[in-house]
Design a protein around this ligand. Structure first.
Ligand SMILES: [Mn+2]
Length: 294
């Protein structure tokens, strides 16, 4: 924990220095993540599958190994992440097999005070009728079979901020809704769009990325206003008649403005996306069942 900015910066510098290639304290053991400080190509440096050889590869090298061209895949990571070993390969492998597959690493927890790294259990991403994202248990059939708990987990929604997607596919399905601001709701929007418009969304348990979780987020009225508008854009573009379930819980939002969504409605038509009812029937039936409880 650091009490002021100078101390934070010093601690961060120290943290990065320890993890720089060439500065390994234990020979033969690669650190969990690394920043290369300009020694390696691009911003991204990752440990390869051969930690004993202390071999470091650029993201471009790994892309080639996974039969992808450098630049074919976009990886979004929040700024407060630390990648674990061999985190990128499983994501790229899934996308190289199916370019319409959008994949998330399993997000481990980094304590905001101590930076301690804690492994997360297998989870999938869901949301409730208030569009609040949450983690949910994985069904037993998801972890059965010869692949066991290494099998990709079908996820109704993503947490946002940590995922990999084929770049061409990202543009094809309409990137992000440019009418949204700050953060909140954009993760549900892109999740619905992926599933309803012919894509797939999976969590890849073999890929682990640590993420600093802030326990207390300072209240910000601008952010709160933006989140509500973002939610309304999701509801009005994607939820069809089921938007009633949202407004039953938030009646005050029924007549609130949410900007112009005509471009997004047009996009949904162009992509010939399926209905929200299809999404409920096929991808996330637990939401409809919960209609009177959440
Ligand atoms: Mn974050």
């Amino acid at each position: 924990m650091c009490s002021h900015l100078g101390e934070c910066k010093a601690r961060q510098q120290c943290f990065l220095k320890q993890r720089k290639p060439g500065n390994f304290t234990h020979p033969g053991v690669a650190p969990q993540g690394a920043l290369s400080a300009g020694q390696l190509e691009g911003l991204l440096a990752v440990s390869t599958s051969f930690p004993k050889a202390q071999c470091w590869a650029t993201a471009a090298d790994i892309a080639r190994r996974c039969r992808l061209n450098p630049g074919d895949v976009l990886v979004f990571l929040d700024s407060h992440c630390e990648v674990n070993r061999v985190w990128l390969e499983p994501l790229l492998q899934a996308i190289s097999k199916n370019p319409k597959m959008v994949v998330c690493p399993l997000i481990d927890v980094i304590d905001e005070m101590t930076f301690e790294y804690k492994a997360s259990p297998l989870v999938r991403g869901i949301f409730d009728w208030n569009l609040q994202f949450k983690w949910d248990k994985v069904f037993s059939y998801e972890v059965e079979g010869p692949d066991g708990p290494s099998k990709p987990i079908r996820s109704p929604a993503m947490a946002g901020g940590l995922f990999a997607i084929n770049r061409h596919y990202f543009y094809e399905i309409g990137q992000y809704d440019k009418g949204m601001n700050f953060w909140g709701g954009e993760n549900v929007e892109i999740s619905l769009r992926i599933w309803m418009c012919g894509g797939q969304l999976y969590i890849i348990p073999c890929s682990r990325v640590g993420h600093v979780v802030r326990n207390q987020i300072k209240r910000d009225p601008d952010l709160e206003r933006a989140v509500i508008e973002n939610y309304l854009r999701v509801v009005h573009v994607w939820m069809d008649e089921h938007k009633a379930h949202f407004f039953n819980r938030r009646p005050a939002l029924k007549f609130k403005s949410y900007g112009n969504v005509s471009e997004r409605v047009k996009l949904r038509k162009q992509l010939k996306c399926k209905s929200f009812q299809w999404y409920l029937d096929t991808i996330f039936p637990e939401l409809e069942v919960s209609v009177n409880f959440w």
